[in-house]
Design a binder for this molecule. Structure first.
Ligand SMILES: Nc1ncnc2c1ncn2[C@@H]1O[C@H](COP(=O)(O)OP(=O)(O)OP(=O)(O)O)[C@@H](O)[C@H]1O
Length: 262
C-alpha cells in the first residue's frame, strides 16, 4: 500500500512583500495525529506561515499541498471548509457573549420549523459545556455564563474544543500558551496532546521552547523566513533548541559578555 501523504504540506514556499522575503523556500509537512511545533523569534515569519497555511496569503512562489494535491486556496473560508482551523492567541471570543452562543457563533442548533424556527439555546449550552468538560474544564457547568468570566486558558480550550467539535483536520494554534501561567498552559498543552490522540494534525506555533518540547513530535525552527532546522522529538536538547531559536550567536555572545563581566 502506498504511503498516505501528509494532510498539509509546503514545498519551497516563499512569500515576498514589497522587497521583504517573509518566507524563503520553506518546505514542511503536517501529519495527522502529530504535533508539529513551529518555533521562531519575533519577525521570523511565523505569522506569515500561518497565513499561507490557513489560506489568507497565496504563496509568491512554491506550492501548498492538501492530501498530496497542489491547492491554491481562494481564501480562509475555503481552507476552513477543507478542515483547516486556526485559533489565534486572542481566540476571537466575545467577552459579553455566553459560552453556549460563543461555541456556535452563527452555527447554532435550531428548534422548530420555519417560520417558527429559533435557536435552541438549551441545546447549544448543553453541547458547549459537554465539550469543554471533555477537555478538562469541569468547574464551568452553565453555558449561559459569559465568556468574559473564563480564564485565558479556559478560553483557549473553548476555542480549540470548538474547532475540534466542528471537525477540524488541521488545527493551527498561534501562540496558545504564551500569555498563560504555568497551570493554565498545562491545561492547553494537555488538550493539544488530546487533539493529537484523536488524529488531528496540530501546528503549534510558539516561541516557548519548553512548551513545544513538552508535546511536540516534530520541530521546525524559522530564522529570517528560512527553515533553520527541522528535527524529530529527542534529536536535540532544550538548550540546542533555545540556541537555534536565538540564532545561536546572539546567545553565545551574551553568555561570553556575562561571563566576562562576572
Ligand atoms: N503584509 C505585510 N507587508 C509587508 N511586510 C510584511 C507583511 N507581513 C509580514 N511582513 C514582514 O515579514 C517579516 C516576517 O513577519 P511575520 O509577522 O511573519 O513574523 P513573525 O515570526 O510572525 O513575528 P511575530 O512573532 O513578531 O509576529 C517581517 O519582516 C515583517 O515585517
Amino acid at each position: 500500500m502506498a504511503d498516505t501523504p501528509p494532510i498539509l504540506a509546503l514545498r519551497d514556499v516563499s512569500k515576498i512583500f514589497a522587497g521583504t522575503k517573509a518566507l524563503d523556500q520553506v518546505s514542511m509537512e503536517v501529519e495527522a495525529g502529530k504535533i508539529l511545533c513551529l518555533l521562531g523569534d519575533n519577525g521570523a515569519g511565523k505569522s506569515t506561515l500561518i497565513k499561507v497555511l490557513s489560506g489568507y496569503h497565496p504563496p509568491t512562489l512554491g506550492t501548498v499541498l492538501l492530501d498530496g494535491q497542489p491547492i491554491r486556496f481562494a481564501g480562509p473560508r475555503e481552507a476552513r471548509q477543507q478542515g483547516i482551523a486556526t485559533v489565534h492567541q486572542d481566540v476571537g471570543s466575545i467577552p459579553m457573549m455566553s459560552i453556549g452562543r460563543n461555541f456556535f457563533l452563527g452555527a447554532e442548533p435550531t428548534k422548530g420549523v420555519w417560520p417558527f424556527e429559533h435557536i435552541d439555546i438549551a441545546e447549544a449550552n448543553r453541547i458547549a459545556i459537554e465539550q469543554i468538560q471533555r477537555f478538562g474544564i469541569t468547574r464551568i457547568t452553565n453555558g449561559d455564563q459569559l465568556v468574559g468570566t473564563m480564564s485565558g486558558g479556559e478560553r483557549q480550550v473553548l476555542a480549540i474544543g470548538r474547532a475540534m467539535y466542528f471537525g477540524a483536520k488541521v488545527l493551527i494554534l498561534d501562540e496558545p500558551t504564551s500569555a498563560l501561567g504555568v497551570k493554565e498552559a498545562s491545561i492547553v498543552l494537555r488538550l493539544v496532546s488530546q487533539a493529537r490522540s484523536e488524529g488531528v494534525a496540530v501546528v503549534f506555533i510558539t516561541h516557548n521552547a519548553s512548551h513545544a518540547m513538552t508535546v511536540g513530535d516534530r520541530f521546525v525552527v524559522l530564522i529570517q523566513g528560512k527553515v533553520a532546522a527541522s528535527f524529530a522529538r529527542g534529536e536535540k536538547s532544550r538548550e540546542e533548541v533555545l540556541n537555534l531559536m536565538a540564532g545561536g550567536e546572539a546567545i553565545t555572545e551574551l553568555e561570553e559578555e556575562l561571563e566576562a563581566s562576572a
